[in-house]
Design a protein around this ligand. Structure first.
Ligand SMILES: [Zn+2]
Length: 507
């Protein structure tokens, strides 16, 4: 999901900075407590800062989760729950969970008579022995206990000429009902609690149309309406695991002349959230889907040092997103932006549903032979009959979700057949960027029947960045310098590919 934060007025930034600087100069701020959310309600769990690491006291955890904490004579601390035990050793950033070792970001720490453990102890160790699901959402300061429906909510505002649009995403999907009274739009989500704290809701609304968006209660948002608000139109669609609610806001000023409109609207109106103009190229090529391979319990390949493919691909995908969005003004969608397992078809759906112009799936390779090294770029492989059947062309059918969007009817697993030439062209351009930056395999471009590519309805490649089973390459893959080199290679390839399309390539 690509939700850009709302532009904030300069005056608000200044006030914020002053408040922040005052806080920093007077005292070290303690981080806010975690909120424990369960079917029984919400309770705070205090957090303590030691160095720059957030800790939680074991006695607080024991009280909240009915744990037994014991200090053993050998210096270890054991944490038990229903016959299962975690063993912690002072000075070691590790926990032994029923005999299995998990890493912690810092060793346990003693504070007087209390033992403190890093907050990640909850997700990495306690969750393995506890009998309800524990979902730690550190940026939102939430710990969700059990099967509660707690969708993350993001809100984005885009001005559209004299009117505007609110885009509200709920992940995982939650339906919402919208009602209106004299001063507000009320948006009630079908959920136990909504997680609307990260990123924050846009506070200063666009002048005149809406005044702001705020949380009213555990499951409800309110949009405070301004004097120019005249009505709204709501549409919803599902995108991957997200339910997207779009509110088109109608304004009393739509009939006014442009001069009159600009006189009414102060210059504080945020800049339109649109990519910068690249002439022809901008209209032809604006969205890229990056697919960080694996995730969640599917870790992919792992190096001897413990570098996991799922973490490597996500780290590189995030770098690509920030560089390309900042420097090219293109939209970059990630098929996952956290450590979870996304089914292969859902990954391609993100790209297809958002009409991405290019799909790049990122992976790292493994081999039984430790000597095997080098990056490879894969294209989808099809047998000839399948390719011919698919090139017969498409009917148009209404899209799911009740929208007015239409899709072309191509068998799902053959969508890629009509883009193979362009996929090969991109693979070629990408390969040209790799020498001196990313070591290539002796057979750098190959074809394989890869499901994640077969159903992509746009040029699509899968890149194996190197071998995690080769010690030297594993070290390289984990390095900042190499990850930047990968990003720069992809960046250059995307620019070249886009320019080829703009110059009237084969599209
Ligand atoms: Zn992989």
């Amino acid at each position: 999901m690509n939700a850009r934060p709302l532009s904030v007025f300069p005056v608000a930034i200044t006030a914020c900075l002053i408040a922040l600087m005052t806080a920093l100069s007077s005292q070290t701020p303690q981080p806010p407590a975690l909120s424990l959310l369960s079917k029984d309600g919400r309770r705070p769990l205090p957090i303590l800062l030691v160095g720059d690491q957030e800790f939680v006291a074991l006695d607080d955890l024991a009280a909240a989760f009915q744990l037994t904490v014991r200090e053993e004579s050998i210096g270890a601390v054991t944490v038990s729950y229903k016959g299962k035990t975690i063993v912690l050793t002072p000075d070691q950033a590790l926990a032994s969970v029923s005999g299995r070792l998990v890493s912690l970001p810092a060793p346990p720490s003693r504070n007087g008579r209390r033992w403190l453990v890093p907050v990640e102890f909850i997700s990495r160790a306690l969750s393995l022995i506890y009998d309800s699901r524990l979902d730690l959402r550190k940026p939102s300061r939430l710990l969700v206990i059990g099967e509660l429906r707690v969708p993350r909510i993001t809100v984005r505002y885009d001005p559209l000429g004299g009117s505007g649009r609110l885009t509200i995403d709920a992940t995982p999907r939650a339906n919402a009902t919208v009602s209106q009274d004299a001063e507000h739009l009320t948006i009630k989500f079908d959920a136990d609690v909504i997680d609307a704290s990260n990123p924050p809701l846009p506070a200063p609304g666009p002048a005149g149309l809406i005044l702001g968006v705020r949380l009213v209660d555990a499951t409800t948002l309110a949009v405070d309406l301004g004097p120019r608000f005249a009505g709204f139109k709501a549409t919803s669609q599902t995108v991957d695991t997200t339910m997207r609610l779009v509110l088109d806001l109608l304004t009393t000023q739509t009939e006014a002349t442009p001069a009159a409109t600009s006189a009414v609207q102060p210059a504080l109106q945020p800049a339109p959230d649109l990519p910068p103009s690249f002439g022809l190229a901008a209209s032809a090529f604006r969205t890229i889907a990056i697919d960080p391979g694996h995730g969640g319990d599917d870790e992919g390949v792992k190096s001897a040092d413990g570098l996991k493919e799922k973490d490597l691909t996500l780290a590189i995908a995030r770098r690509i997103k920030s560089v390309i969005e900042a420097r090219l003004g293109l939209r970059v969608l990630l098929t996952r932006d956290d450590d979870r397992n996304v089914p292969v078809d859902e990954r391609t759906s993100v790209a297809n549903n958002n009409k991405a112009d290019l799909f790049i799936s990122l992976h790292a390779n493994g081999s039984m032979r430790p000597a095997t090294t080098g990056a490879q770029i894969f294209l989808a492989a099809f047998d000839k009959d399948a390719a011919q059947a698919a090139s017969g062309g498409g009917e148009r059918v209404p899209a799911f979700g009740g929208g007015s969007r239409e899709i072309e009817l191509v068998p799902w697993d053959l969508a890629q057949t009509r883009h193979l030439d362009q996929s090969a062209a991109f693979a070629d351009v990408l390969q040209q960027q790799f020498p001196d930056r990313v070591p290539l395999s002796t057979h750098p471009i190959d074809r394989a029947p890869l499901r994640v590519l077969e159903s992509a309805n746009m040029p699509a490649v899968l890149v194996e960045l190197g071998y995690l089973t080769n010690a030297e390459q594993a070290k390289l893959l984990g390095s900042d310098a190499f990850q930047n080199a990968v990003v720069q290679s992809l960046f250059d390839a995307i620019v070249k590919f886009r320019d080829t399309l703009a110059a009237g390539g084969t599209r």
